[in-house]
Design a protein around this ligand. Sequence first.
Ligand code: SUG
Length: 446
Amino acid sequence: MTTIEANFDGLVGPTHNYAGLAEGNLASAKNAGLVSAPRAGVLEGLAKAKRLADAGLVQGFLPPHERPFIPGLRALGFTGSDAQVWEAAARRAPVLARNMASASPMWAANAATVSPSADTADGRLHFSAANLLSTLHRSIEGPQTARALRAIFPDETRFAVHDPLPMQAAFGDEGAANHVRLCAEHGAPGVELLVYGRDAFEHWQGRFPARQTKQACEAIARRHGLDPERTVIVRQSRAAIDAGAFHNDVVCVGNGPVLFFHEQAFDDTEAVTDAIRASAKGLFDPVFVEVPEAEVPIGDAITSYIFNSQLLSWPGEDRMVLLAPKETEETASTRAYCERMVAGNGPIGRVEYADVRQSMRNGGGPACLRLRVVLTKTELATVNPGVMLDDALYAKLTAWAKKHYRETLSPADLADPALVGESQRALDELTSIMGLGGDFYSFQRG
Ligand code: SUG
């Protein structure tokens, strides 16, 4: 096989905590104020990634961002040493400080939208770093994400990394979480499905914000040079957003020709399946696995995160594997659905469960933690090898996490001025482990 799909997981950062920052994300609201376990969080993520690497899948990492984000606080008038900036911000503007301390870049599905070279006009693989402007704590991620992608995919003859879309509400973009690529096989041209919550020019009255706009989807398709015939831009259902599906990947996941989704995921399901069939004509026959509300109520879909699973072509297996969060096994309706599904003769033959509870409590399942990048063999050969997971990197990262990460972090601990130096030392060491250079983070550039 000359083209593979690699998963790049966001490494959970040292400040992982529960601050209740994400409106419309029910888990984030419910768990606000809990004591987090950053070390357990990063180890859970590493174990999930290792499982895929051990199965023979290609696995890499995206590095955490610097948090607390001191440059963000300096821009808002805080002065002094980094520790003084943090101490003053945590004391005088605690909510603002919490927004600058989130480890949210761990949710790599929101890092960027990715179009493989088989789909683009110039034959390069295109990334658009997401602007994530709907939430304050995530709106600071885009520039560092673009820097990371350029450090990992440096060959400009093969990769194009676009900066985030303009930071205007009309262009709200949350990356690959609202994007699905369907295809016969990874290396063949595919159909790119982009899903938005609202039109920027309509009045939005939903219960929760709709984070992705139609205009952002259209801009990304243009920037990536996607063939309009092979691009489908559709609307998420209002009911799904109201029920807590703040990204489409909370109710939908795809792999190869298969789209696995909840009955209430889309505004007009028939229009979506018709459009995909028309776009796929001559390339492949799409396979739709629609989960009825009567079997899995939308509320269960969201608490269990059954759709926020990784749907994988597993080496050596004929049917696909769904790597779901443990919560899917613990929710009666979704466990029963999975049992029936694998017993049938559909495209998904096995379900595995992963413990990513630290991330799940903030609304991030297995699919949120990874960014999928389809790479030809030649493209893969140019990827920065320092971020690619093998046994040696796994051992190094595990030891690194155990050395630097706190076991627990309470909301009060977050104000500790020592957290800044601790986190910077961890990330500084990480740049040498991953070969990212000594000027990757702003604190390294002075
Ligand atoms: O953007 N949670 C993230 C979860 C992102 C999940 N990603 C995907 N569905 N692809 C979000 O809502 C919570 C942070 C806090 O409350 O502390 C948070 O940002």
